[in-house]
Design a protein around this ligand. Structure first.
Ligand SMILES: [Fe+2]
Length: 376
């Protein structure tokens, strides 16, 4: 099966696996063939992507760090908490804490999994989905720093709430395309102070977690804001969240640009060591993120098209791939696995973007045809 985001779903595709809403209600049944109406319904329910049957992908199992319904529940809980705050001025984090515990337990249980960014880029509602992604990445980094459960939960809460101060920033500034005026950027930067003030009033959240909101735009070289803190003067929580925040922002689609692919974001991240980001923490992150996530379709130097089947930490640039199409574009039935760590003369020369996959005729045929239709 293959994960396909809603923007490129087409009628005729067959759903693989049940899709449930945040409340556990069954929304779409396994095996259902999508119609335009059902795709619209999924969009209205806030579902970002679904698994689709594709004979070419039969053997590909995309590992999930956090279950889909856990992610959805967390996004909803965050939305509810933010909306409640806007209404009453009171931030109720009780429900949030319950969901955070579940999320942390799942990441601890899946700690051998890497960050496969395909399952991070799903929802359209930027602030909430982004905050949940930042929390997930932060927890995974902190696991390598041997945080215990209590600290993981504390950090995750800080990460989830890090941008709560954005509620006070006018929407037109947040969505503005192009450079901000000095006054606009001052209004934007104020979100770190506002966020800190909101969170630190909550007795059930630690002061350290509140400092994530306050310090997540500080830079290791002292050029950040609001206080131009340097190096270790920035709390470790905030140094972790800064790494997660920048990476997820790079791969997310924004109103003014398409999100980068993971390998592009990876290269940008590497250049930020010792400038924006703490190098030791960045290195932990880079060792845990898949440059070519499982399910990525790539072209190889020999002209074949292949799908990434597995990735190992520290060998991210040399994944195991499964050949899908030969150099002439013909489908290779049960294509062989090729371990690029052993075949050092084979290189990834192109990573297909999701919409480009549909331009590969054999590929698109497989997606729109439940079983056997791949060899068109
Ligand atoms: Fe921020």
């Amino acid at each position: 099966m293959q994960r396909v985001s809603l923007a490129v779903l087409q009628s005729g595709m067959t759903v693989a696996g049940n899709v449930r809403g945040a409340d556990g209600r069954l929304l779409v049944r396994n095996g259902m063939v999508l119609t335009d109406a059902s795709i619209k319904k999924l969009a209205s329910l806030g579902i970002g992507s679904v698994y689709i049957r594709n004979p070419l992908f039969e053997a590909i199992d995309v590992p999930e760090l956090v279950r889909e319904d856990t992610r959805v529940k967390l996004i909803r809980a965050l939305q509810t908490a933010f909306a409640g705050y806007q209404k009453s001025g009171d931030l109720d984090t009780a429900a949030l804490r319950g969901e955070v515990k579940t999320m942390v337990a799942e990441i601890v249980g899946n700690r051998e999994s890497m960050i496969h960014t395909f399952d991070l880029r799903t929802y359209q509602d930027y602030v909430y989905a982004h905050s949940v992604n930042v929390a997930i990445i932060s927890v995974l980094i902190a696991l390598s720093l041997d945080y215990n459960e209590a600290r993981l939960i504390d950090l995750a809460l800080g990460a989830l709430l890090h941008d709560i101060g954005m509620l006070a920033v006018p929407k037109d500034i947040i969505l503005k395309v192009g450079n901000l005026t000095p006054a606009e950027s001052e209004a934007m930067q104020r979100h770190v102070n506002d966020g800190f003030e909101i969170i630190r009033k909550r007795r059930e959240i630690s002061t350290l977690a509140a400092h994530v909101a306050f310090q997540h735009h500080e830079r290791i070289d002292g050029t950040g804001y609001p206080r131009r803190l340097k190096g270790d003067n920035i709390h470790e929580y905030a140094r972790i969240v800064a790494v997660a925040d920048i990476f997820d922002a790079l791969i997310a689609d924004r109103p003014y640009r398409k999100g980068m692919l993971p390998h592009e974001a990876y290269e940008i991240m590497m250049t930020l060591a010792d400038k924006y980001l703490d190098k030791a923490i960045l290195d932990i992150f880079l060792a845990n993120v898949a440059i070519y996530p499982v399910g990525t379709v790539v072209r190889l130097s020999g002209g074949e098209t292949a799908v990434v089947a597995s990735v190992r930490p520290r060998l991210q640039a040399r994944p195991v791939v499964k050949i899908l199409l030969d150099a002439a574009g013909a489908v290779v039935e049960n294509g062989p696995d090729l371990d690029l760590a052993e075949h050092l003369t084979v290189f990834v020369t192109k990573v297909y973007k999701e919409h480009e996959l549909f331009e590969l005729r054999a590929f698109a045929a497989g997606l729109r045809n439940d079983g056997g239709g791949a060899t068109q």
